[in-house]
Write a protein that binds this ligand. Sequence first.
Ligand SMILES: [Zn+2]
Length: 154
Amino acid sequence: MRKIDADVIKNSKPFNKPDLIVYLLAAVLIFALFLCCKPRAEGQIGKMSISRSGETIFSYDFTSGAMYADKEQVSVSESGNTLLVTVYTGENGYNAVQIDKAARSFFVKDANCSARKDCVHSPDVTKGGQSAVCVPHELVFAAEGGSPDRPVVG
Ligand SMILES: [Zn+2]
């Protein structure tokens, strides 16, 4: 066995043809993955949802216009392309989220969660995969990508 191993090492050259093809295929594959997955991950928002302690209490689909709201915890007012969603978190707690239907974006407009109000100061959510959170109120404001055939991972 030792002799055969020595022969293989002796006869192999760096970057012989089959190796180059494998490297080239890998490079093409990585490039293709980059091309098809990157815009989906960072594309416009298809759907936004608000969940509290892991339970979805509001969702809005920008493409179909379908809306779901848990009426015991959420109230929605609409004017033009703006949706103002107010989430009541108990003991007079609330978060107000403003959704721009035309721009496919949203942000936390107001809240009384804490003195710092981190959620109000978090940047606008404009792309699928981004999210904002309100830790004191256990709320997650999440944006999903727009592609309906997006593979679900995890
Ligand atoms: Zn907050």
